[in-house]
Design a protein around this ligand. Structure first.
Ligand code: GLA
Length: 402
């Protein structure tokens, strides 16, 4: 394995000279609070130490010359600030270009293009927000590189909103704000308890005592995930419209569990009822889970994670055999406080809270059972809880292994 310096790669691809700057944005894992963010509810994600790096240099023309070390087969991709076209990109550059398009849509003017090198160590498409990470990364690069056009005055929360707008309108996934907000605002050793209704938040220490966060990637390709995601969002909107005929609320998560049970008979369709039920109960669970963590009650936190998974499996129907197998097998292991799928589901990852002395046997046992049942391997990551989006001071220090 070669330990390669990113700056050397940049110079190799784009030539020497000029002001080359570097940035990092993490991936995220959501501990609990799934599919609540486009329903005005609570989420509880934290940043990872895995993430995405960008090296960039301003050009004196309007060209965008981009290269990703994760998609070497795509080669160097050339376009320009005059070539934004929704739905035209079929490769990774739709994320940085989507952010530039979104900024222009919101009235900011970009005057010059960039040479851009990207490298990420978040497994792509695994539900750990590699795309939100790249969106926010582009946003903080543009904020740092522009000093006149208002972009430099944007806050990290503004950049997260621009990233979400790019994802909704340019990429075409109607996601909520959780991922972009989490990767922008993450803080080492803390999770973010975010109210997506008004973007107020508090940092809660991830104090797990002798437990650790273990992420398992199912390695299941998330085919059709985007269209199913948009379908869930629309089902929630339909359920809300029905509930609003009984109670004056602006989103599903404004309902308490008691409110919901009082008026739920207005929803006759079983599928819509189940989607709304998951949302309202998950919101309640998220609040309770944060209280449990603040009280150092890891076992209660884990129990709520297990309930969250069951609800995502049975009522929201976004899990699938791969994620269900990982959670079920994790539940059979010693020293596991709780497990659940994380992110959008339909493949992707699970997150478990596992006692230190049981991690090796956990990986061995779940890994074996998964491969036997599903036919291919899962990947395990003992997660580090890392900082949010930031500029890298010393580019000489940034390496990757090839
Ligand atoms: C994806 C979306 C988020 C959120 C989760 C589900 O990660 O990008 O906005 O909806 O799914 O909780």
């Amino acid at each position: 394995m070669n330990h390669i310096n990113l700056l050397n790669e940049f110079v190799d691809k784009f030539g020497n000279g000029g002001d080359i700057r570097g940035y990092f944005t993490p991936g995220r894992v959501n501990l609990i609070g799934e599919y609540t963010d486009f329903n005005g509810g609570y989420v509880f994600p934290c940043g990872l130490t895995m993430g995405t790096y960008m090296l960039a240099r301003k050009r004196d023309d309007r060209k965008l010359i981009m290269y990703s070390l994760n998609f070497e087969n795509d080669g160097v991709i050339q376009s320009s600030l005059d070539e934004f076209e929704i739905g035209s990109e079929k490769n990774w550059t739709m994320y940085p270009k989507g952010v530039m398009w979104a900024l222009e849509e919101k009235g900011y003017q970009l005057d010059f293009g960039y040479d851009i090198l990207v490298y990420g160590n978040i497994p792509n498409g695994s539900g750990l927000s590699s795309s939100a990470s790249l969106e926010v990364l582009t946003g903080i690069m543009l904020k740092d590189m522009n000093s006149r056009n208002g972009i430099h005055e944007m806050t990290l929360a503004d950049i997260a909103l621009i990233g979400q707008y790019a994802e909704n309108k340019y990429v075409g996934v109607n996601c909520g704000i959780m991922d972009q907000f989490a990767v922008a605002m993450a803080k080492k050793d803390y999770a973010i308890f975010l109210d997506t209704n008004n973007l107020t938040y508090k940092y809660v220490p991830v104090k797990l005592g002798n437990y650790k966060i273990v992420i398992i990637s199912s390695n299941k390709k998330r085919s059709l995930a985007d269209s199913k995601y948009n379908e869930r969002r629309s089902e929630c909107e339909q359920a809300l419209a029905l509930l609003q005929t009984r109670k004056n609320v602006s989103c599903l998560c404004e309902l308490t569990v008691a409110d919901f049970n009082e008026i739920k008979d207005v929803i006759e369709d079983d599928v819509l009822l189940a989607r709304a039920k998951h949302t309202v109960y998950e919101n309640e669970r998220t609040k309770n889970a944060v209280t449990a963590l603040e009280n150092n009650d890891i076992l209660e936190f884990g129990k709520l994670m297990n309930e969250s998974h069951r609800s995502l499996r049975d009522d929201f129907e976004v899990t699938g055999i791969e994620l269900d197998t990982l959670v079920e097998e994790a539940g059979k292991c010693e020293g596991v406080a709780g497990s659940r799928m994380t992110g959008a589901g339909f493949g992707g990852c699970t997150v478990s809270i596992v006692r230190d002395d049981c991690i090796d046997s956990f990986i061995e046992q779940v890994g074996r059972a998964y491969e036997e049942k599903i036919g291919y391997r899962a990947d395990f990551y003992v997660a580090g809880v890392g900082d949010g989006a930031h500029k890298i001071d010393n580019l000489e220090e940034v390496h990757y292994d090839k």
